[in-house]
Write a protein of this length. Sequence first.
Lengths: 344, 323
Amino acid sequence: MSDTTSVIDVRNLDVVYHTANGPAKALFNIDMTISAGERIGLVGESGCGKSTLLKTIMGVLPPNGEVTCGAIHLGSTDLLKLSEDARRKTRWAEISMITQSALNALNPVKRIDAQIIEAVRAHREISKADGKALVAKLFEMVGVSPERAHDYPHQFSGGMRQRAVIAMALALEPKVIIADEPTTALDVIVQDQIFTRLRALQIERGFSMILVTHDIALVVENCGRICVMYAGMIVETGETHDIVRRPRHPYTIGLLNAVSVLGSTKEPIAIPGSPPNLFDKLEGCRFAPRCPLASALCHGQVPPATPLDNGHSVRCHHWEQADEFARRASDPNVWGTAVQSETT
Amino acid sequence: MSAFWFRRLWQTVLTLLTMLTLMFFMFRMLPGDPMATVISPALYPKAQETLRIQFGLDKPLWEQYFVYLKNLAVFDFGLSFHTGRPVADEISGRLLNTILLVFPSMIAAYGLGALVGAIVGWRRGSKIETVLVFLSTSLQSAPVFWLSMLAILFFSIRLDLFPIGHIVSPGMFPEENWRMYFSADFLHHLALPFMVNTLYQFCFPFLLMRSSILATVGEDYIELAKMKGLTDRRVLYHHAMRNSLLPLATTLPMTLGWAVAGSVVIETVFSWPGLGLLMVEAVGRSDYPVVQAAFLLIAVLTVAGTLIADLLYTLLDPRIVNE
């Protein structure tokens, strides 16, 4: 991966939320590169910082969120160094977003076509007729009848609303589209239809896509590369098939273990325990309290990102034991003892 | 949709009818004889009896009730006991005075309250917010008559900026015709009660809009609007405020009835010859036909306001139509 093809380059990013209970260290030392035309998956459980990372990239962190260090390069400009107005102009034009709940993402009292044209108007002049034609074209691309464009959001079904949001995301032909759990609220059939459409559009239009989800199966199906996030850190990243075949981080192994496979008699195994409290003073590896491989080293020192072959990178002191651990990880007792030894 | 409006209209008619009936019987159940002010007990019993028959008071109550309804249908509210003029004439001029005082200040208060509430809610946690919230909660709990008296004391007596009361300077318009309302003198008299009423009415929409905005700020569509690259102002005015306006737009018409009724206090303090002052005077003089008509008017305004609120809601929120 050379720098010339990278569209977004996140370097050493730290984000802190200032709250009444003190600072919460939401993101720590995030490195992430998105290349032109690739589909990359960002996986992690709820509260691991996925949304914070997206909001930081989009520049819509809540007022109590602060970027304490790092850079987000879009091409050669550092987004974090731009003025608010310059930053605003990059939104949607360069990076757009397909939001988590399309149900609430559309303003209920405005017509859908008006909401799409509004996004275009924020960046360039467009005549009424051109706007109408654009919306019709976009609706055709996402597979909704253009006649429905003048409807209100509540007149759309969940799937249609999601398609409308996708149409909106495509409106300015951005370089990157972030899809934040785009199909969580939809049934699997609609989910599949939407992803098929999204993949086709991505290949046709050539934008890069970040798919954010807690569903690792969805990423495996749709993305060439995976970033696994845990408690505000990217613990492992690499080509999807490398990670699925040979995960190097105990957390990734646990995540893959927790997926139920159709036709398999194997029970999915959940990782016991819960992610650390981000208000605590976090020392060492953040996964250590739940990790069966954890040693004194893990509790004391943050593991560095270790580069392996083929762009694979892992943050674990004991990644070399991963193969051996992966073999016994399907035994629930392996995980149980880790948590027990931690509590006693 | 039309079925909804048909039902809604029918409900309104029913409400009004109930109110009419209640009011009619309530006044007749009051202790004391209202006719005592008109038919002097000092008259010969024969003369008293003749007068009673003239007023139709010898008829049974239910018959009087239907006569009352029949008269209402042609806007005949009877004669004032005090002046002997038709109640409708008595009230209409006074109602205009009240409307000229109350409506502009309500519109100013709601417009200002919505705007300031929205901006303050949008910039959550500012010093101005703390101050304004404190001030408006205090103002809202302060009695209006006290506020009015303070205003008169300070602006009229101490600074001598405004007259202390009345609608125009005495003797300026002996005819009391329409010319009065177009004079600078009228505006000069209107200014102080208008400001006091605006200030007092400002608190409720301000606080409502602020909390409404606070609830809207966290919505996903606000975040999406920001991500679309819209300017902060556009997000505030076209998305956050537009949606937060719903509760406000529907309370405004509903409060109109109360506002007219509530102007009693302010009109009394400022000697503003409006409906409120008329009611106070009429009650004092036991002028029942006037009181009854005034009460009815306020009731009609309130019910009509509720109907307008419903209508506004369907216009402002496209989701409502389906119900």
